[in-house]
Write a protein that binds this ligand. Structure first.
Ligand SMILES: Cc1cc2nc3c(=O)[nH]c(=O)nc-3n(C[C@H](O)[C@H](O)[C@H](O)COP(=O)(O)OP(=O)(O)OC[C@H]3O[C@@H](n4cnc5c(N)ncnc54)[C@H](O)[C@@H]3O)c2cc1C
Length: 458
């Protein structure tokens, strides 16, 4: 379908409203549908052909229902990887009639942060968004994963290459800030509004009103909460607060030579209720992480010492990695999660990414599934307009996928954090004998299902 088939927006110029950032009154003329739209190649350009579907509320003859108050007016709350990817999936800034804005509370995008593994499912989304090559160039492709005993003996190994070949996309490790940076770079000026903390979101008959901490307000046809694990949008929908997993994560990025952790290797050593892992994120730097059982609001002013007490006698190069990390670079956060993924949509408001399904990091899939959400939600809105029906379609095709990954991730975390010596011995024996095929199957199924889910609306 061509752009001519989109509803036309007439905005009443209102300087007072502009000063307050209140969207001016909009009216709509619906143009008739020129025929079935198609986006067979799955690319952004074709995905952006809005194809009003009479089966979900399109008026007879293909005209868009009158409740759609502009061609595409989407407010995204949060500029993490989910929010940024969604804006790109919606073609933000490519067409003035496609108004997409991201409201981010931070005054600037974070240059710090830790590392991240992105599996082939995420790479398929990034390819469709046109950022795969840039990201791969700034990342470390993974070749081999190893779960180890504390003395370094391998409990179970995993080769990434066959998976990457089969699923036609690599698995990479990179700095979280690099992902955010590459996504944000692709956005034209004016889409991302920094220093805008959402405090209230209210739906009325004409759309949704957003209110920010600085007192400003704006309106949109639909609002997407991509505002992370402590989402204000989820709270406005009456969603649950996240709970503590029982453990905290220490993380750092540190410059280190290849001899310490070779490129391509990701290892994770499992001890009694604690784990330590490391992998390179680029040529110069690597990312390490450790987990310890601890209360959510506990603090630790002696992070390096704590880590050395717990992990200093584990296999090389764990001690050296901690010792060469500047103390100020060691992050420590409780690992929190939603006990069950939230309700994804109510009316004109939807959730995506961690706001919808913050999960424990044990499968390394949180950001990957958020990117999947972004693509599918972008498709739904592009095809069905910024309408409640589009959001419902998104929710209906994402529900099972999200529930499944969150559940498997929680189970993997329980397995990894086992404390009792007897259970740990059983676990390690099982890992050494049975786990490889099971692990390979779990990973393959999780990643492949994510790729397949991208075309759920086609
Ligand atoms: C220890 C650990 C390791 C992990 N490892 C991996 C991994 O290897 N692979 C993987 O795929 N995932 C991993 N994850 C999960 C991954 O980090 C998250 O799933 C992902 O970052 C979520 O992205 P998001 O954009 O949905 O949310 P976020 O990245 O949290 O972004 C939310 C944004 O919303 C903004 N915001 C919040 N509230 C407001 C407000 N009221 N108004 C405006 N803006 C607001 C925030 O400032 C932020 O920029 C890990 C998580 C943890 C904790």
């Amino acid at each position: 379908m061509s752009d001519a088939a989109e509803p036309v927006v007439r905005a009443t110029a209102d300087p007072a409203a502009a000063a307050l950032d209140v969207a001016p009154e909009r009216s709509i003329d619906s143009a008739p549908d020129s025929g079935p739209g198609g986006s067979p190649d799955g690319s952004i350009d074709s995905a952006l052909d809005i194809a009003p579907d009479s089966s979900i509320g399109g008026a007879p003859g293909g005209a868009i229902e009158s409740s759609i108050d502009c061609a595409l007016d989407v407010a995204i709350v949060g500029a993490g990887s989910t929010g940024l990817a969604l804006a790109l999936a919606l073609g933000a800034g490519r067409d003035p009639q496609r108004r997409v804005r991201i409201f981010e509370r931070a005054p600037k995008l974070d240059a710090l942060g830790a590392g991240l593994t992105l599996w082939s499912n995420a790479l398929h989304v990034l390819r469709r968004l046109g950022v795969e090559d840039e990201l791969v160039a700034r990342a470390n492709p993974l070749v081999r994963g190893e779960t180890r005993r504390i003395d370094g003996r391998v409990l179970v190994g995993f080769d990434f290459a066959p998976l990457a070949r089969e699923l036609d996309a690599p698995c990479i490790a990179l700095q979280r800030a690099v992902l955010q940076d590459e996504l944000a770079r692709k956005l034209p000026p004016g889409v991302l509004e920094l220093g805008r903390e959402l405090v209230e979101v209210r739906e009325d008959a004409a759309g949704v009103e957003l209110r920010f901490a600085n007192g400003s307000t704006t309106r949109a046809s639909v609002v997407i909460g991509a505002d992370g694990v402590r989402s204000a949008v989820r709270a406005a929908l009456g969603g649950e607060q996240p709970g503590h997993s029982g453990y905290v994560a220490y993380r750092a990025i540190v410059e280190a030579p290849n001899e310490l952790v070779p490129p391509g290797l990701a290892f994770e050593a499992w001890g009694p209720a604690k784990r330590f892992g490391a992998l390179r994120v680029d040529r110069e730097r690597l990312y390490w992480f450790a987990t310890l059982n601890a209360a959510e609001h506990s603090t630790d002013e002696r992070r390096a010492e704590t880590l050395l007490e717990h992990f200093g006698a584990w296999h090389a190069p764990i001690r050296e990695l901690v010792l060469r990390t500047p103390r100020a670079a060691i992050l420590r956060h409780p690992v929190i999660e939603l006990a069950r993924p939230a309700r994804l949509v109510r009316g004109r408001i939807a959730l995506a990414g961690d706001a919808a399904h913050a999960m424990t990091p044990n499968l390394g899939q949180g950001a990957c599934v958020g990117l999947e959400d972004a693509w599918v939600l972008g498709r739904a809105i592009a095809r069905f307009g910024p309408t409640p029906q589009a959001l419902e379609r998104y929710a209906s095709v994402r529900r099972a996928r999200i529930d499944r990954v969150a559940r498997d991730s929680r189970r993997a975390g329980r397995w990894g954090q086992i404390e009792a010596p007897f259970l740990r011995a059983l676990r390690d024996a099982a890992m050494a004998s049975l786990a490889r095929p099971l692990l390979t199957r779990l990973v393959r199924t999780t990643v492949a299902a994510g790729i397949a889910s991208l075309d759920a609306l086609d």
